[in-house]
Design a protein around this ligand. Structure first.
Ligand code: NI
Length: 173
């Protein structure tokens, strides 16, 4: 997910954008945490930080695997970095609507309804099981990134009219 506090987000060549079919695929589960997976995670963190973004999913760098990185502090606080393998949302509650943008859908920010509170499980890079309880922005980013590995983009949550306006906008060169 885009960092909305930063107005200078640039289009990055290493981030896959709207129209590429990889963004619409259901990404595959990770069976073994190999050196390759660790390298992809490392690349994702650095791409996310320099974008700058607060979340990134592997399909956005053309890897159709269930891996997401999240950092609300955009590299400011080490303890904020979350790398989640095979994330699964286990509980959702409440409703919250806020503005959202995506590094793969440049130039579009829209209000998106999401759950206010959620619980999520997954694994870290050492294979340890992680349980995360999140609210507000963190819950929103987790939901946005888990959508990505299921082939869903934030604009899919908008009204049909909004969606068609955005689609036209995105087709323009
Ligand atoms: Ni996104």
């Amino acid at each position: 997910m885009k960092n909305l506090k930063d107005t200078e987000t640039k289009d990055r060549l290493d981030i896959i954008t709207y129209g590429n079919p990889v963004l619409r695929k259901r990404a595959v589960e990770i069976k073994n945490i190999t050196d390759e997976i660790k390298k992809i995670a490392e690349d994702m963190v650095s791409i996310m930080h320099s974008a700058p973004g607060i979340g990134l999913a592997a399909p956005q760098i053309n890897k159709s695997i269930r891996l997401v990185t999240i950092d609300l502090s955009v590299g400011e606080k080490k303890e904020d970095l979350i790398v989640l393998i095979n994330p699964k949302i286990t509980h959702e509650e409440g409703q919250d609507t806020a503005e959202e943008g995506c590094l793969s859908v440049p130039g579009i920010n829209e209000n998106v309804p999401r759950s206010f509170h959620l619980e999520c499980t997954g694994y870290d890079l050492t294979g340890k099981e992680k349980r995360i309880e999140a609210e507000g922005l963190l819950a929103r980013v987790i939901s946005h990134e888990v959508d990505h590995i299921n082939g869903i983009l934030f604009i899919d949550h908008l009204s049909p009219l909004k969606k068609s306006i955005i689609r036209k906008k995105l087709k323009k060169p």
